[in-house]
Design a protein around this ligand. Structure first.
Ligand SMILES: [Zn+2]
Length: 672
């Protein structure tokens, strides 16, 4: 039997022949892919010819073609349609793939070839894109420790493996604390909770084996409890337990882990020759330096604090009118903010949703891409991996651009959340390879499927990532599509969300699924106005977390992170009724692995950029201004990582982003 993963795909658009692939085909295909890749890498490293860009970097770019192809299918299925066999294989594969990547970074002859090319980088024969790819390859090797040897290399390995253990422990402790705590509720304690809150409190009670309903520390339970429960003493008790996760002085206490983690990260950065861990982490990002991050965050901090302080006054007055004296406390904020929201912006989801069917919102997302970039979408009748998944051919004029797959409904075999990935990325090296891009979401299935406004926003967000992949026009896969810096990658996705807020888009597409009637004007107005509600609070709780994260990684590691956290908040003048979105002992972004350490800022960084980028269309007087759209495509969507993001953004906008459009978008500007 031939393995369908290893033979040419003679299908429409060379899509994977899903029906012919069985789970048993993956393990041998990965083995074959790894064997091929190892042989290719050995041949490159051992090539007796002097290093050239073609015999080194081009060759490395094409060394893992089978692995890429098999991995493209497998990892998409493992996320979107998992089975026990796929999960088991994923666990089995992880150490094999990480061993292979360590082999590459520890391959000294290979690194020396890259170093030789680097010394000759002034070679006028190199294109700008090649120089950028060479720079990134070398940076990747150095950051992985390729320049270290002997004791330093051994110590780096030891530090990395200890950090991995600490990251896992941090997550497990957090889970343990979240699992352990719950609070029994009487029927009277449910007062104020809406139907869905009552239902989930009862379900949680059953799950915990309690006599009645309970509130737990899961965000989906505790946030509604804090928003709606009228019993202030219970809100306080629940809020305090939530804030103490990871800091209860029990076996699951995370404070010592945080301190050790920060010390080891500084050591890791020092071994690699960086001044601080933040300097190491930010080097490949658009921000580049801790000072640039702080500068941007602080420009937003003061207006956000002013807005939050003004809101606190309104909420406190509401509380006093309720007969409760004294200061507004953190366990009061969500409760009074929710009351105020209902008074000022109430929107009944059940009346709204019929105007936001999935079909209507798909029509909107495709129509915007057509008006901006001239793309057309034609439904494809092809075999995919699950009957819920749909595919379109994307064309511009008579040119094939991509295949786009949408897999939108929740099911047990799909991991939670929403994401964009590719079965195949765009590149020109080794033949013009057109992308196959997937958006995966977890919307409730229905007939017809109706979205909430948040769902519709998610749909547009993921489609923005998809456009970044589909419109990519580069030579090297290494820098194709969304292969860009972390603080740049959310620009196309968050930017695309803005078109959902263009009134003309909803006026045209948000039509009642049964009657075809457009959304009533008043509903549309309320919907669009709700976006800026309570943003002072949200911005303050986010920024305080981001600034603590930055301070932790900027200089010598603090002996007592909790003391440093308190100092940063005091210096900021943190409003008393707002606390960090994630305090240190449960700041999983920062301590459950490296992903967002000194990187939590990047959400805000991207938002500053997407607001500023959309303002370019507003300044042109047309949300679909063709000249601005052409610049966006050329310098951002088509460019991938082919240049430094600062250069790309500046080419698009003529300057670096400013914070004013974000402040306006979050409704923080009027209080300046
Ligand atoms: Zn995203």
């Amino acid at each position: 039997m031939t393995n369908p993963l290893l033979t040419p795909w003679d299908t429409a658009f060379a899509l994977p022949p899903f029906a012919a692939i069985s789970d048993a085909d993956f393990a041998p295909a990965f083995e074959a892919g790894l064997t091929e890749a190892r042989a290719n890498i050995a041949a490159i490293a051992g090539n007796p010819d002097a290093p050239t860009f073609a015999n080194t970097i081009d060759a490395m770019e094409l060394a893992e073609q089978t692995l890429d192809r098999v991995g493209g299918v497998f990892f998409n299925l493992a996320g979107a349609d998992s089975t026990e066999a796929r999960e088991a294989l994923q666990t089995e594969l992880a150490p094999k793939l990480s061993a292979f990547s360590s082999e590459i970074f520890n391959n000294q002859p290979l690194f020396l070839r890259i170093e030789t090319l680097w010394r000759g980088r002034d070679d006028p024969g190199l294109t700008d894109e090649q120089l950028r790819v060479l720079t990134l390859y070398r940076q990747m090797f150095i950051r992985a420790g390729a320049q270290l040897s002997g004791d330093a290399a051994a110590r780096l390995t030891a530090v990395k493996s200890r950090l991995a253990v600490l990251g896992t422990q941090f997550s497990q402790n957090l889970l343990a604390d979240e699992r352990e705590w719950f609070m029994d509720l009487t029927e009277a304690d449910l007062d104020g909770l809406p139907e869905f809150g009552v239902v989930s409190a009862r379900a949680a009670g059953e799950e915990k084996g309690a006599v009645g309903p309970v509130v737990t520390l899961s965000r989906s339970l505790i946030v509604p409890f804090l928003q709606f429960a009228t019993n202030r003493a219970l809100r306080q008790k629940a809020y305090e337990a939530w804030g103490l996760r990871g800091a209860n002085g029990n076996a699951a206490d995370n404070r010592a882990i945080a301190a050790e983690t920060l010390a080891l990260r500084q050591e890791r950065a020092a071994l690699l020759g960086y001044d601080s861990f933040a300097a190491y982490k930010l080097e490949p990002e658009m921000a580049k330096t801790p000072a640039a991050v702080r500068d941007l965050l602080m420009q937003v901090w003061e207006p956000a604090k002013r807005a939050a302080t003004a809101d606190a006054g309104v909420l406190e007055a509401m509380m006093h009118a309720d007969g409760i004296n004294g200061d507004l406390e953190p366990w009061d904020w969500r409760y009074y903010a929710e009351k105020r929201r209902r008074a000022e912006h109430d929107l009944d989801e059940s009346i709204l949703k019929p105007y936001l069917s999935l079909d209507a919102m798909l029509g909107a997302q495709f129509d915007c891409a057509n008006r901006l970039f001239g793309l057309e979408f034609f439904p494809l009748d092809v075999d995919l991996y699950h009957p819920d998944a749909m595919a379109w051919e994307v064309r511009r004029g008579d040119r094939h651009i991509a295949v786009f797959i949408g897999d939108y409904f929740a099911r047990g075999s799909k991991r939670s959340g929403a994401w964009c990935s590719a079965l195949r990325s765009q590149r020109k090296l080794g033949g013009d390879q057109r992308p196959v891009v997937i958006n995966v979401c977890n919307f409730a299935k229905g007939d017809p499927a109706l979205l909430s406004y948040d769902d519709a926003r998610t749909l547009f967000h993921e489609f923005g990532h998809a456009l970044h992949q589909m419109l990519s026009d580069v030579t090297y896969g290494f820098i194709s599509g969304t292969s860009v810096a972390r603080d740049f990658v959310e620009l196309p996705s968050q930017l695309y969300e803005h078109w959902l807020e263009v009134p003309a888009v909803l006026e045209k597409h948000a039509r009642h699924h049964a009657t075809g009637a457009p959304m009533p004007a008043d509903m549309l107005k309320r919907l669009l106005a709700a976006g800026t509600y309570d943003q002072g609070f949200a911005t303050v709780e986010f920024l305080s977390s981001a600034l603590v994260d930055l301070a932790f990684h900027e200089g010598a590691a603090p002996a007592d992170p909790m003391q440093m956290q308190a100092q940063v908040l005091a210096d900021l003048g943190m409003p008393r009724a707002i606390r960090m979105r994630h305090a240190t002992p449960h700041f999983a972004h920062v301590f459950s692995g490296d992903g967002y350490s000194s990187g939590y800022y990047s959400y805000m960084w991207s938002e500053v950029m997407d607001a500023d980028a959309f303002a370019a269309f507003e300044e042109a007087g047309d949300p679909f201004d063709p000249a601005t759209a052409a610049l966006l495509e050329k310098h951002i969507l088509a460019a991938g990582g082919s240049q430094d993001p600062v250069a790309l953004y500046t080419a698009f906008r003529g300057r670096m982003p400013g914070v004013e459009p974000l402040l306006k978008g979050r409704g923080l500007q009027e209080t300046v």
